[in-house]
Design a binder for this molecule. Structure first.
Ligand SMILES: N=c1c2ncn([C@@H]3O[C@H](COP(=O)(O)OP(=O)(O)OP(=O)(O)O)[C@@H](O)[C@H]3O)c2ncn1[C@@H]1O[C@H](COP(=O)(O)O)[C@@H](O)[C@H]1O
Length: 93
C-alpha cells in the first residue's frame, strides 16, 4: 500500500530482532512501550506546534518523526501496516 512505510516497518522489525548498538529504534525499545507511547504523544504535540507556528518544512519534519514513532509502537504492539491499511480501507466511503 505504501512502499516507504512498508520498508520502514521492515527495517524497524529487523532492529527489534537484532537490537544493534547504534540503533535509535533499539534504544527506544529498551526503554519500553510506555516510553515509546509517550514519544508518540510528544511528537504529536510537536507536529501541532509546527502546524500552527513553524511553517511547512518543520511540519513535514515533525509529521515524519510522528509517523516513525507510531510505526515503532505498532511493531512493539505486533500490529502490521496491512492491518492499519485494512482498517482505513474499511472506513473509506
Ligand atoms: N525514520 C526514522 C526516524 N525519524 C526520527 N527518528 C529519530 O527520532 C528522534 C526524534 O527526535 P527527538 O528530538 O524527539 O528525540 P531525541 O531527543 O533524539 O531522543 P529522546 O531522548 O527524546 O528519545 C531523533 O533522534 C531522530 O533521529 C528516526 N530514527 C530512525 N528512523 C528510521 O528508522 C530506521 C532504523 O533506524 P535506527 O534504529 O537508528 O538504525 C532507519 O532506517 C531510519 O530511517
Amino acid at each position: 500500500m505504501s512502499e516507504v512505510l512498508d520498508k520502514l516497518y521492515e527495517i524497524i522489525l529487523q532492529r527489534l530482532e537484532k537490537m544493534p548498538e547504534n540503533s535509535y529504534t533499539a534504544e527506544l525499545v529498551k526503554k519500553g512501550k510506555g516510553y515509546i507511547a509517550r514519544k508518540v504523544g510528544e511528537e504529536a504535540v510537536e507536529t501541532i506546534v509546527a502546524s500552527l507556528y513553524e511553517g511547512r518544512d518543520r511540519f513535514i519534519s515533525e509529521a515524519a518523526d510522528l509517523m516513525y514513532h507510531l510505526w515503532v509502537l505498532m511493531a512493539v504492539e505486533g500490529v502490521k501496516p496491512e492491518e492499519l491499511y485494512a482498517e482505513l480501507k474499511r472506513r473509506m466511503k
